[in-house]
Design a protein around this ligand. Structure first.
Ligand code: NDP
Ligand code: MG
Length: 386
């Protein structure tokens, strides 16, 4: 039996992780559940899964939860200290990092230092601090197992001969605006961008999928997770989301992992690894299906190109790209900026950044905060005015 802690328990990945726990018939036990402010759902989850610790980052929400569950022997915590306490307890084996955004970095590092394995959904953490996170994992003998479907696919396709890999091919659905040109994209609204054709996910990653920034973040995520050069990572649009990614070996053999587009499969694999469990949420039926692959349109969707540029330059630049994107997505969702302005703004902020080595948490956080403030400033004053 594995004991797990779930950061982001009330979100899309968090709730699906709890479905896997339910289906695992005692293979998984929940030690702690953390979220931001969703008292109602966390209360329900606490009553069902009986963790030792429940955390709500928002202090008022944590106080409310404490009142509501005072009949249970559950410790209720709040804030970053609470999040960290939730992942370092002796009896935890694996921490599922399913919060959205760079906020997951500190608890991820704390978990690794406490020698916990990570089931990583929270890609922003690896984009912002890939070197530091991977080094901390190595120094502490911990594994980081991907939950992101593409990276889970690559992880499943890689055998132990990594030196024989020519490249990894990340697939992308293309999102709701596949085939659209820039002129048409200028009219995209929040409602349009929130409708993903294949996946039901949290709002932030859904917008990232619509802008292809999700794939951009995933290129950097793959670089760090698998220790590849950027030239060994490519992206291919595959609108059916059945092939979740591929690995090409030096002899031309390409190994692909397939499955229905259902995050419970990669979540389960991250938790069952190195085993596989006989739990199948939904069978893949290939008969009658057509699988297609096309090159991404980098003119209409420049995020992927930006990610390669920022990734190759390295240092604190990926953290800046990620932070600016987080601000832009929230501003777009709040109706403060237009769809296409997100690209322009992120590019401007990345261009202004003085890149430093990303060799300490302090430098990474400082770059992240600078990018957030600068992005906010540009949004407030108006693009092209500052
Ligand atoms: P959601 O928005 O659905 O959920 C986010 C979760 O994080 C919620 O539980 C939320 O709590 C919690 N949270 C948000 N901010 C904080 C904070 N400051 N402190 C503590 N908890 C916080 O996101 P998703 O589940 O869609 O995505 C989670 C991560 O997984 C992201 O990094 C995403 O890129 C990645 N991912 C997601 C996939 C998906 O299919 N959804 C696929 C692959 C990767 P509350 O509900 O209280 O606000
Ligand atoms: Mg993905």
């Amino acid at each position: 039996m594995k004991t797990i802690s779930i950061l982001g328990a009330t979100g899309s990945i968090g709730t699906q992780t709890l479905e896997v726990v339910r289906a695992s018939a005692g293979e998984l036990k929940v030690h702690s559940l953390a979220a931001y402010s969703n008292v109602d759902l966390l209360e329900k989850q606490v009553r069902e899964f009986k963790p030792e610790i429940a955390i709500l980052m928002d202090i008022g929400s944590a106080q409310e939860l404490k009142k509501r569950i005072n009949d249970l022997p559950v410790k209720v915590l709040t804030g970053m200290d609470g999040l960290v306490e939730a992942v370092v307890a002796n009896n935890i084996d694996t921490v599922v990092t399913a919060v959205s955004g760079r906020i997951g970095l500190e608890p991820t590092l704390a978990a690794l230092k406490a020698k916990k394995n990570i089931a990583l959904a929270n890609k922003e953490t690896l984009v912002a601090a890939g070197e530091l996170v991977m080094k901390t994992a190595k120094d502490n003998g911990c594994s980081i197992i991907p939950v992101d479907s593409e990276h889970s696919a690559v992880f499943q396709c890689l055998d132990d001969k990594k030196s024989l890999v020519k490249k990894i091919i990340l697939t992308a659905s293309g999102g709701p605006f596949l085939g659209w040109k820039r002129s048409k994209l200028s009219k995209v609204t929040k409602e349009m961008a929130l409708k993903h054709p294949n996946w039901a996910m949290g709002a932030k990653i859904t917008i990232d999928s619509a802008t292809m920034m999700n794939k951009a973040l995933e290129v950097i995520e793959a670089k760090f997770l698998f220790g590849m050069d950027y030239d060994e990572i490519s992206v291919l649009i595959h609108p059916q989301s059945i092939v979740h990614s591929m690995v090409e070996y030096i002899d031309g053999s390409v190994i692909a992992q397939m499955g229905v587009p259902d995050m419970r499969l990669p979540i389960q694999y991250a938790l069952s690894y190195p085993e596989r469990w006989p739990i199948c949420f939904e069978q893949l039926e290939l008969a009658g299906k057509t699988l297609t692959f096309i090159q991404p349109d980098e003119e209409a969707f420049p995020s992927i190109r930006l990610a390669y540029k920022c990734g190759k330059k390295g240092g604190t630049l990926p953290a800046v790209m990620n932070a600016s994107n987080e601000i832009c997505v929230h501003a777009f969702l709040a109706g403060r900026i237009e769809y296409l302005e997100m690209y322009e703004l992120i590019q401007q902020v990345c261009g202004e950044h003085e890149v430093l080595a990303a060799d300490s948490l302090e430098k990474i956080i400082a770059a992240d905060l600078w990018a957030r403030e600068r992005s906010e400033e540009i949004i407030t004053v108006g693009l092209n005015k500052v």
